[in-house]
Design a protein around this ligand. Structure first.
Ligand code: GLV
Ligand code: MN
Ligand code: MN
Length: 431
């Protein structure tokens, strides 16, 4: 194979061997954190399940002779070669949303280990180290802030704010991290760790049907839609469900109901998507009018003005509905990720490398957030997507065909071969 800058490698991946290895590796990871009834995954940071996932990662690295480090923010790094600055980094995350699928995150980690195997089998001789990273709390399912491991490392989240985040049981991130053996006081911007990454490529299952529509097993990311999370708090008056006349109620559930419906219609107006997927009702009793409802809005669109428009209009609608029901409404932003345009020369390089390897990879944007998006503010970053036949994600029904997963490994191996064997100045050219 000849890379775009002219260097030659002898990568000739064996799909049957990759498939066997994929089956085996996937089978060792699959049971961890799976709900036996729904088949969905509950993999949250700093839990017993997370500890098992970390042990799995260490075992996969160790059996390949890789050294594993845990950085100040709890991310795991498995090194092929001596840790130095400017390494080629790949990987993804092992945590899940509540009741999530098997592929979102783990496909990238498993594919990274198998791509390394393919490189070794092909006798690739890297001129810089390769590191496989498992980022912590990518989904923000336990502490509410997505991509926490990469945000902390790159200094995009204040560590004091992160340490004070709490889960649904009121346990702070600081206490949970300390209990899991990650020193919370050390968390924060880690320039030394970041300097070790010369370039980052994340492989991920597609969370949509673009690749189905384009009849391709693998794609390359162009951009990530801007997105954010807002907390809507409706405070009314708790009271008895049987003895309180309708006219005497200050029921926070009512303006919330109006707000849910408005989120849909306002999103349509702005060509955006909006979701209330998480609600907390206090006290959450069948025969009690709630005193308070907290609900989290997730809004995304192709451009930032549309997202701001949704939040502005929806806040006004919620506030008017609150006034009509004697309920106070507060809206606060909990996270914001601006539009990400991936490093154009690197993206073009991936497309050219894949083309040379006989893989025609369309370029596509995504509405999903990723650690690659956070890292792209600091280092040249790219993403590969693997076809998802239904497009379903964040659900136990999330899926990718094994043959496409093998294509993903072959594509990642081709890209890594190019990046590991080319002169440094060409790898990061055009930043
Ligand atoms: C993560 O997958 C997200 O897009 O929220
Ligand atoms: Mn996800
Ligand atoms: Mn993911």
């Amino acid at each position: 194979m000849t890379s775009p800058n002219g260097s030659t490698t002898n990568l000739s991946a064996d799909p049957a061997a990759i498939r066997r290895s994929f089956d085996h590796t996937w089978a060792t990871l699959s049971p961890i954190g799976r709900d036996r009834v729904s088949g969905g995954y509950n993999r949250f940071p700093f839990t017993a399940v997370d500890l098992s996932l970390r042990e799995w990662f260490t075992a996969e690295a160790t059996k390949r002779g890789l050294d594993v480090e845990v950085d100040r923010n709890g991310n795991q790094w498995a090194w092929w070669g001596t840790p130095t600055s400017g390494a080629v980094a790949t990987g993804s995350h092992l945590d899940s949303v509540p009741g999530g699928g098997a592929f979102d995150g783990p496909l990238g980690v498993v594919s990274s280990f198998l791509a390394l195997d393919a490189l070794r089998a092909a006798g690739v001789t890297p001129v810089r180290p390769l590191v496989i990273i498992n980022f912590f709390e990518e989904e923000g399912s336990r502490f509410g802030l997505a991509c926490l491991g990469s945000r902390l490392m790159t200094g995009q989240t204040n560590p004091d704010t992160a340490r004070a985040l709490t889960d649904n049981d009121g346990i702070s991130l600081a206490d949970a991290a300390d209990a899991a053996g990650i020193r919370a006081q050390d968390m924060g911007h880690d320039a030394d760790a970041l300097a070790k990454i010369g370039v980052f490529v994340e492989l991920h299952v597609e969370q949509g049907k673009n690749l189905v529509d384009q009849n391709a097993s693998v794609g390359v990311a162009s951009a990530i839609w801007p997105h954010g999370r807002w907390r809507f708090t409706f405070t009314g008056e708790g009271n008895h469900a049987g003895t309180t006349a309708l006219v005497d109620r200050r029921d926070p559930m009512l303006p919330f109901a109006t707000t849910i419906l408005a989120a849909r219609s306002i999103a349509e107006t702005h060509d955006a998507v909006s979701t209330f997927g998480r609600v907390r009702v206090d006290p959450n009793g069948t025969n009690a009018i709630p005193a308070r409802v907290d609900a989290w809005l997730d809004t995304r669109a192709a451009d930032e003005a549309s997202v701001s428009g949704v939040v502005r209009d929806l806040s006004a609608e919620a506030s008017a509905a609150g006034t009509a029901h004697g309920v106070e409404v507060e809206v606060s932003q909990e996270s914001w990720t601006p539009v990400i345009d991936f490093h154009r020369p690197l993206r073009d390089r991936l497309v050219a490398t894949l083309d040379t390897a006989g893989i025609s990879a369309p370029v596509l944007p995504t509405g999903a957030g990723h650690d690659a998006g956070i890292l792209s503010n600091a280092v040249p970053t790219a993403m590969l997507f693997v076809r998802n036949p239904t497009g379903v994600s964040h659900s136990p029904r999330e899926y990718a065909e094994e043959v496409d997963c093998v294509d993903g490994v072959i594509a990642l191996a081709a890209v890594l071969t190019d990046l590991l064997t080319s002169p440094a100045e060409t790898v990061t050219a055009g930043q």
